[in-house]
Design a protein around this ligand. Structure first.
Ligand SMILES: Cc1cc2nc3c(=O)[nH]c(=O)nc-3n(C[C@H](O)[C@H](O)[C@H](O)COP(=O)(O)OP(=O)(O)OC[C@H]3O[C@@H](n4cnc5c(N)ncnc54)[C@H](O)[C@@H]3O)c2cc1C
Length: 307
């Protein structure tokens, strides 16, 4: 068995697209399943809480950091491969640490249809399964066939129909909400062959749509809030007069380009500044419309009792 490297006191801000976050007491990036199991053993011996981090593109990490072990599932666990099934579909298996954009581009290069939406989402496959990430009318649940994961030192594989996929949620998110720590290891997706030129053109079109409508050059975690049924969060925020709004000069601002994104201009805001603005926006929209916006962004570490 390989010897896992566990670092102490690692700043988490570089591992979050919001660019906030104090130190992790312990931090490791396993190179495979053996090291992952070893990391859990380390946490158990030291009675540490564990947090599983992907690309940190949907997390607001506390300024106090995380007083436990952060296990980052990155490119060392991000292999990707494919095989053609007897049914004519192509089955693509991607490790949890594979970037979703790489997965989308890999499928497009093979002329496979249906994963174009993934090209512009800046998370990992693991984070995307956890969140049932989606865009432009498609989501992970539309392409996934099965998911392998580690739970209580046991590797399991379940069908996509057993993953409890819903709008930006999954059985893994539910388990995590109950204090469990399942780790997604890989996803198998099934995709039909299509017209490669059209698929590549569609990927480019979706990327251009993002560039023109989203503040991709400023730190953020994408859409701050979930879409409330029957509404669009960005529209509600705009109607409350909050487009471009900031409470102070910390750097936390409702994006002037897309009201659904709260951004961290120049990366100068603290996580507390950002959370203060998130709460302010949710309260103002509630007061104005009666609609309660629910955070899509996940809080990591201590926020004075919230989490
Ligand atoms: C500019 C921008 C645009 C975005 N656009 C979209 C979009 O169009 N659609 C969309 O759905 N999202 C979007 N997002 C949000 C984000 O990219 C997705 O939610 C993504 O799926 C998160 O993946 P991640 O690897 O970064 O997860 P992280 O942020 O690292 O983690 C998110 C959650 O998943 C858990 N997790 C991560 N990996 C694993 C694993 N291997 N096993 C178990 N749990 C795990 C974490 O514990 C955490 O609770 C956007 C974000 C940004 C910054």
């Amino acid at each position: 068995m390989s010897e896992i490297s566990i670092l102490e006191n690692v700043r988490l801000a570089p591992y979050s697209t919001f660019r906030t976050g104090g130190p992790a007491r312990f931090f490791t990036e396993p190179s495979g399943e053996d090291e992952l199991i070893e990391a859990f053993r380390f946490a158990e011996e030291k009675a540490l809480e564990v947090f599983i981090l992907g690309n940190g593109s949907n997390c607001l990490i506390s300024d106090k950091g995380f007083d436990g072990l952060v296990i980052r599932i990155g490119k060392l666990m991000g292999g990707i491969s494919s095989e053609t099934g007897d049914d004519g579909l192509t089955y693509v298996t991607a490790g949890a640490g594979c970037l979703l954009s790489r997965f989308g581009n890999y499928c497009a290069d093979l002329g496979l249809e249906g994963a174009e939406f993934a090209c512009g989402i800046p998370g990992t496959v693991g984070g995307a399964v956890f969140m049932n990430a989606g865009a432009y009318g498609r989501e992970i649940k539309d392409i996934a066939v099965s998911v392998r994961y580690l739970e209580n030192n046991e590797i399991k594989e379940i069908k996509a129909s057993e993953c409890g996929f819903g709008y930006r949620t999954s059985i893994f998110a539910e388990k995590s909400g109950k204090g469990e720590t399942p780790v997604i290891l890989s996803m198998k997706a099934a995709l039909p062959k299509g017209d490669k030129d059209k698929i590549l053109a569609y990927c480019t079109e979706l990327k251009q749509k993002r560039t023109s409508s989203q503040p991709l050059d400023v730190p953020s975690a994408g859409s701050t809030f979930k879409r409330p049924e029957g509404y669009f969060a960005a529209r509600l925020i705009e109607d409350s007069g909050l487009k471009g709004f900031a409470l102070d000069d910390s750097g936390a601002q409702v994006s002037p380009k897309h009201s659904g994104f709260i951004v961290n201009n120049n990366g100068t805001a603290t996580a507390a500044d950002i959370l203060k603005l998130i709460d302010f926006v949710a309260d103002k929209v509630y007061k104005d419309t009666g609609v309660r916006l629910e955070r899509e962004v996940r809080l990591v570490g201590g926020f004075g009792g919230e989490g």
